[in-house]
Structure formats: C-alpha cells, structure tokens
Design a protein. Structure first.
Length: 450
C-alpha cells in the first residue's frame, strides 16, 4: 500500500573530486596516496508535492574494494567511477514512489548487469566485485536517504519505522524479524560523544628514528604527537598479516610509545584494534600472534579491543578459515567479507563474532546489517574508508544512531585534511579533536543529520 510520505526521484547529478594525501597510508600490502571522491545530489518529491534535495559523497577506495590481480589500480578506479555514473543514470530512469529502503533495493537489483557491461568495456575477465559495487553506489544511496529526510523535514534515522516503511524487516532479512522495524534497532537521538579510533598505517612513523624528513605542514607526524594533539585513547593498528615477527613487534612498539605518552598526560586507559586486512593464511596465525603479544606484554594484549578481518574475504571459497578459537579470546569482525545478509550468516557459522559497518557499503545496507548484528548479539564497530568531509559525517551519523557501537574510526584528518576544508568550520566538534572524542550531538539535522 502506498504511503503519503513515499517519494519519487526527480533529479540526480553526479560530480567527482580528487584529493592528494598529505602522507601515504599502507594496508594489506597496498599503498594509497590519493582519493577520488564521487558526489551525488538527488532531488525527491513526495506524493503531496514536498521536495527535498539530498547529498551523498564517498571516496571510491578501489585499492580496498577491488584489489584486482589482473587490472591496474587506474583501471579498477575507472570501472568504479563508470559504475557510479551508471547507477546515477539508472536512478534517473526509475519510476514510481516508495521509501528509500525500497528505492535503493530496486536500484541494487540492477547492479549485476551494470557490472557485467563495465567488465566487458574494461576487457576484464572479472566482474566488479559486489563490495566495489556497493562502494560505487553508496553516494547515490546516501543522497536518496538524505533527500527523503529533507523532504519530510526530519532526520532519516527517524523515518524507518512502521509509519514510513512499507514492510517489516522480514521482507529485507529473515522471518525471525517479522513484526520488527529499523526504529527498534536505531536511536532517536545520536550519542552525544564517541571515542575516535586513530589509524596507525604500516608506514606511519612511531618515533623520530622512523622519520626520514618532516612534512612540516602544521599537523602531527609521530604517534606521540598525535596522541597529545587529539587526546587519543583508541588506536587502530594495521598489521602485515604475513610477517608474524613484524606484527608482534609493531603492536609492542605502539604500546611502548603509547604507554609513555599516556603516562605523561595522566591517561590510564586506552585501547587498540588490530586490522590484518585479510592477509593471514589461517586462524593459527592469529592465535600465535595473540599468544606472543600476551607473552611479551600482558598490558598490550589486554588493550586489544577487537580484531578485524584476519583471513580472505571470500568466506565460501575458504571454509577452513574458521575463527571460533580466536573469537573466544577477542572479538573477530568481518569487514571486507560483509556485503549482504548471506555473508553475515556465513561469517557467524565460521566463528566470526562481530561486524564492521561502513557508510561506503550504503546507508540501507548499514542499517539492515546493524539490525541483524544487534539481534544476533554480535560485536559492532563502524570503520572508515579515509572518509573526508561529508562522508565522515555520514559515517559518524551511522555510528551515533546505532546502539552498542562504542567508537568510530576517522582517519581523513590524518591523511587527507584537504578534504575536510570548510566542513571543519561548520562542524568543529567533529573535526577539531582535543579529548579523543567526536561530538556527534550535532548530527540531528534533517536527512542524514548534517
């Protein structure tokens, strides 16, 4: 049945921006030095003629979303940009009124043919991975949700209940969600403040001896400087995943710098997450890593809050990579693997105990996967894609509106501060960090909150 709050898409526009990083970031054996950002503006109209204009923005992150063995980084980026533009064209051609959950689902049903066409145009033997499709479509999806809220003069997270959505969650997930709606799994007011996870990339200098030359651009460069500058209490450490000695020593080295710096500033509690970016050969590597860290520094081991995606993202092709033993020690979350409900359920079967939500996988997907994770009692975190400006605000809004998410990663300020320009003046509590937290209480506006 139709609802008076349903909307149709009237206009869609897409642009791109490119930003050069102030310093490279290395993860999973890959080095990234710049960001290509897709920006989408959508105008929607309700049945009664109310109009709203929404905006979505996201770095394409092809090195992470499409780590191809047969195509260069330039070619995978080209493919993702082409996909984003094709998704926009499909949105322009879409007829009818509905809720953003259904609009984005309808658009997603057309992703596979787009991916096949672009693969043929690239001369690639591989289709654009589902993860890369989600990332490329995410700015459009964000803009649709944002425009819907703007048209109704309400926050998008308040428009996901029975009054506005056509079907309960069993329509999008499974029968166990019958009679439930997303408003049961989201907060009406954002958490006022959230700890910020600071990224320590594999190339990032920890001590003066790690620096060959300073950038001298007014921002910190050493870990100790960042801790003091932002008052940090949460540190995300990128691991190699195929060099156990290096990984263990990296955590110990981070802990040495952190312990000294935190003692100087009178901080007694701080936390780490470790991200292997699917480079570990098996769970045995993870177990030995945890064993050696605990053996050499019980304090560093205790500070590890969770572990991200240790082994290959293709769970079905790697059924022996079970995480039960590691997850009994620390929460182990899927990141690259999480692309739909099927992947989440498979991850649970294989022993994963948590999920990493990301704005770059789409607003609808983030909300639905959050509901599933909450119902299943999984550990939840929100991770970054070096999101800058509006994409970071979007990511933070998701984290602030979903229960049980304790912290948010945000590393755009480290590697690509140029992308935050102007936004940091409009939302100083989100970009000017002094006590290790971001002030998410400001994310209450119509649409996605900013």
């Amino acid at each position: 049945m139709s609802k008076p709050t349903d909307v149709r898409i009237r206009e869609v526009d897409v642009t791109t921006d490119k930003y050069v990083y102030r310093a490279p970031v290395k993860f999973g054996g890959r080095v990234v030095t710049d960001a290509e950002v897709v920006n989408v503006t959508v105008q929607v109209e309700t049945r009664s003629g109310c109009v709203g204009r929404g905006f979505g923005s996201m770095p394409m992150g092809n090195a992470w979303a499409w780590p191809s063995r047969s195509l260069s980084g330039d070619r995978t980026l080209e493919g993702m940009l082409s996909f984003a533009r094709s998704a926009v064209r499909a949105a322009r051609d879409l007829d009818g009124y509905s809720h953003p959950l259904d609009i984005t689902r309808t658009l997603a049903s057309g992703h596979a043919p787009i991916a096949d066409r672009i693969a043929a145009e690239l001369g690639a033997a591989e289709r654009i991975p589902v993860l890369a499709q989600l990332v490329a479509a995410s700015p459009l999806e964000a803009a649709i949700h944002d425009a819907y809220g703007k048209a109704l003069h309400a926050n998008s997270f308040d428009l996901v209940g029975r009054e506005h959505v056509h079907a309960d969650l069993s329509h999008y997930l499974t029968d166990e969600f019958r009679g439930e709606y997303l408003d049961q799994y989201t907060l009406r007011s954002p958490k006022p403040r959230m700890p910020l996870y600071h990224l320590i990339g594999a190339l990032d200098p920890l001590t003066p001896g790690d620096l060959s030359a300073r950038l001298n651009d007014g921002l910190p460069e050493l870990l100790s400087e960042w801790i003091v500058y932002n008052g940090l209490t949460h540190l995300k450490i990128k691991m190699a995943g195929d060099d156990l000695k290096w990984d263990v020593e990296r955590v110990l080295a981070v802990d040495r710098v952190s312990a000294q710096t935190q003692a100087q500033r009178g901080c007694s509690a701080w936390f780490y997450s470790v991200d292997f970016n699917e480079k570990c050969s098996s769970v045995d590597y993870v177990l030995e890593f945890l064993h050696q860290v605990r053996e050499q520094s019980a304090a560093a081991f205790e500070r590890i809050q969770y572990i991200e995606q240790p082994t290959h993202r293709d769970l079905r092709a790697n059924p022996d990579n079970r995480m039960h033993a590691a997850a009994s020690i620390k929460p182990v979350v899927i990141d690259e693997s999480l692309v739909d409900l099927e992947s989440l359920q498979l991850a649970r079967e294989q022993g994963y105990s948590g999920v990493a939500l990301k704005a770059c996988k789409g607003q609808s997907e983030a909300l639905l996967m959050a509901a599933a994770a909450l119902k299943y009692g999984l550990f939840l975190c929100v991770q970054d894609l070096t999101c800058i400006g509006p994409s970071f605000l979007h990511s933070a809004s998701i984290a602030a509106h979903i229960p049980r998410i304790a912290a948010i990663e945000g590393n755009g300020r480290q590697y690509c501060p140029a992308g935050n320009r102007d936004w940091d003046q409009r939302y100083p509590s989100m970009f000017r960090i002094t006590d290790g937290t971001v002030g998410t209480s400001c994310l209450t506006g119509a649409g996605l909150g900013y």
